[in-house]
Write a protein that binds this ligand. Structure first.
Ligand code: COA
Length: 166
């Protein structure tokens, strides 16, 4: 039987945005299986806890690409390369939005390859998402401005709820 070509798309996803979903859709077309892997030991202090970030990823994928059957969501702790080995993944997928992403991504890709000889595949999101990141989305939502063009409806609602509670 031919080998399943599995890729991991890791990130903090606090929360998942349309830019992340654009990359996930592209990765889903290239690989047999894509695992969206939510990092739990990120150096960031996330607004959403691990379970919330995972649930939002699942809901967003179901909302935006309901027919995609080869995408799953999981979480991981520790080194990404250890998780990739456990999962028998052949690649790590990362998004490259602008030139300033490159230096950090280059360093991470080379280090991961040194640690585990795993390939990192860089995908470019649609240019309309190049300026997005999760911090900006959280900030706009916090001050009550409209984020509906940047995140799926399920994420917009959760962000609104979160800031109402806080
Ligand atoms: N669209 C929109 N936003 C995007 C995006 C895209 N296509 N791609 C990245 N971003 C945003 C993210 O939302 C994030 O925004 P924020 O900083 O405001 O939160 C920012 O760009 C950086 O995201 P990313 O590059 O994905 O980093 P991350 O912090 O979310 O994830 C890990 C980095 C978790 C993959 C990395 O730290 C890791 O692998 N950790 C595990 C430990 C390990 O193995 N370390 C050794 C690495 S060599």
């Amino acid at each position: 039987m031919p080998k399943t070509r599995k890729a991991i798309y890791p990130g903090t996803f606090d929360p998942i945005t349309n830019g992340h979903l654009d990359i996930i859709g592209r990765a889903g077309e290239l690989f047999d299986e894509v695992i969206v892997a939510v990092a739990t030991n990120s150096s960031k202090s996330p607004l959403f806890n691990e379970m919330e970030r995972m649930e939002l990823c699942k809901a967003a994928i179901a909302e935006v690409m309901p027919s995609a059957k080869n995408i799953s969501v999981d979480s991981f702790e520790g080194l990404l390369v250890d998780y990739a080995r456990e999962q028998k993944a052949i690649a790590i997928v990362r998004g490259l939005r602008v030139l300033s992403d490159f230096e950090y991504e280059f360093q991470m890709a080379l280090m991961n390859r040194k640690l585990e000889d795993i390939t990192t595949v860089f995908l470019m999101p649609n240019e309309k998402y190049t300026y997005l990141n999760s911090t900006i989305i959280r900030e706009i939502a916090k001050y009550g401005s409209d984020i509906s063009g940047f995140v799926p409806e399920c994420v917009r609602k959760e962000l609104e709820e979160k800031f109402k509670k806080n």
